[in-house]
Design a protein around this ligand. Structure first.
Ligand code: ADP
Ligand code: ASP
Ligand code: MG
Length: 434
């Protein structure tokens, strides 16, 4: 008997029929003798629809009200799922994030979990019942409802798994696991059987939304094994754990362990992201302190910046341009904050561009393999894709391209690194990819 936390994403519970189907899987896991806690997302594209609805009411809705609105989506699916499971003769009870003991800070829209006290969940399990928890939500110390950021149900699931000491956290979604690229863009993408928290963190941070970034951070911190798999098939998915796994025998000699690590793939995958914008500060005087001041102002606006590029200044003018990328949703407030200090910073103008795409090649093996960047840039050249920005880490290379050439770029790079699968196309079972 095991304690399992299962999370079902929106596309797995998009209508009444799907909710009944998922309920059957949950009842089977329970009847097999396990303790089962289920985290559920809002049905289908409900969260996006609620965001669109709010935008029709107010251009900048108060964030507290936004959170109350969005958490309604998960309340609908949790109660319907509890009903469906009960109909099958298995007792189930649903709980909001607050009732489940998910405590967060007070940053509406992207709250961080500070503590999980799953008292009522334990009580429910002790009675032999299935506990259903609304994903993506918690409560602040001021007793306000908060949300954890888009895709946050993954984080709820991993946090509960950690808090309950679960044996595994199963993330059920609309594809068979984590692939070497998004199967919606690259049908020949290959399923990854095992990967590490480190590589999954880079993939998630680079836009592979199959797991929310914070859920991977949480899993790594508390060493929660995560199994990403499809709710539409019985296939084994992707195990995300601390090491690549079974090929490394802790009792093997140092040389044998080294060899096992050498056999790990050089590249784990190609991620893409369409959610960023680029701001360029044009004509900045090239003197010490300017970058510090610009990024102080940007930080003050609350934006998380990603890539930064500064041009060599033109000798004749002593002026330079500084570009950086940030989430599209933060561009407006950041532009306003920078414009407010235009006279102090003495730049010429600000430009914003939301038609950019970011491609990232991720793999822990690349740090010891020369020629990875050359092959990446060569593939983009052959595909006729222009590179606008570049950034690198030990296990990732990212480039910014035009948004409309991103899909083409991802396919070209995937093929150039021989990641294409020989066994047919990946299945996308449901969802709109929104
Ligand atoms: P859910 O509704 O289950 O939370 P999401 O839409 O958040 O599902 O995440 C699953 C989607 O993530 C897939 O349908 C796929 O389009 C996308 N995706 C992006 N990158 C990857 C990847 N590397 N492997 C698998 N899926 C990916
Ligand atoms: N429903 C929320 C969203 O769409 C949370 C989630 O699905 O994980 O972002
Ligand atoms: Mg998701």
């Amino acid at each position: 008997m095991a304690l399992i936390v299962q999370k079902y994403g929106g596309s797995s519970v998009s209508d009444a029929q799907s909710i009944k189907r998922v309920a059957k899987r949950i009842a089977e896991a329970k009847r097999a003798g396990n303790d089962v806690v289920v985290v559920v997302s809002a049905m289908g594209d409900t969260t996006d629809e609620l965001v669109d609805l709010a935008a029709q009411i107010s251009p900048v809705p108060p964030q507290r009200e936004m959170d109350i609105l969005l958490t309604a989506g998960e309340r609908i699916s949790m109660s319907l799922l509890a009903m469906a499971i009960t109909t099958l003769g298995v007792k189930a009870k649903s709980f909001t994030g607050q009732q489940a003991g998910v405590f967060t800070d007070a940053v509406h829209g992207k709250a961080r979990i500070v503590d999980v006290v799953p008292f009522r969940i334990r009580e429910t399990l002790a009675k032999g019942q299935v506990a259903i928890v609304a994903g993506f939500q918690g409560v602040s110390s001021g007793n306000d409802v908060t949300t954890l950021g888009r895709g946050g149900s993954d984080t709820t699931a991993v946090a509960l798994a950690a808090g309950l000491g679960a044996d595994v956290c199963e993330i059920y979604t609309d594809v068979d696991g984590v692939f070497t690229a998004d199967p919606r863009i690259v049908p020949t993408a290959r399923k990854i059987d095992r990967t590490t928290y480190e590589e999954m963190l880079e993939l998630a941070a680079s836009g592979a939304k199959v797991l929310a970034l914070r859920s991977v951070e949480y899993a790594r911190r508390y060493d929660v094994p995560v199994h990403v798999r499809s709710s539409f098939s019985g296939a084994k998915g992707t195990m995300v754990t601390g090491t690549h796994g079974d090929q490394i025998d802790p009792n093997a000699s140092h040389d044998e362990q080294e060899e096992a690590v050498m056999e790990d793939p050089i590249i784990s995958g190609v991620a893409h992201d369409r959610s960023e914008a680029k701001i360029t500060v044009v004509g900045v005087p090239d003197v010490p302190g300017q970058a510090a001041r610009i990024f102080e102002v940007v930080a003050g606006s609350g934006a998380n910046i990603d890539m930064i590029v500064q041009n060599v200044s033109a000798a004749s003018t002593g002026l330079t341009d500084i570009s950086f990328t940030l989430p599209q949703g933060d561009a407006r407030s950041t532009m306003a904050a920078l414009n407010a200090v235009k006279d102090e910073l003495k730049f010429d103008e600000l430009q914003v561009d939301d038609q950019i795409g970011k491609l990232s090649l991720v793999g822990a093996g690349m740090k010891s393999h020369p020629g990875v960047s050359a092959r990446l840039f060569g593939a983009l050249r052959d595909a006729g894709v222009n590179i606008e920005m570049i950034s690198t880490s030990e296990i990732r290379i990212s480039v910014v391209t035009r948004a409309d050439s991103l899909d083409e770029a991802v396919r070209a790079v995937h093929t150039a690194f021989q990641l294409d699968s020989a066994d047919g196309e990946a299945v996308v079972y449901a969802g709109t990819g929104r």
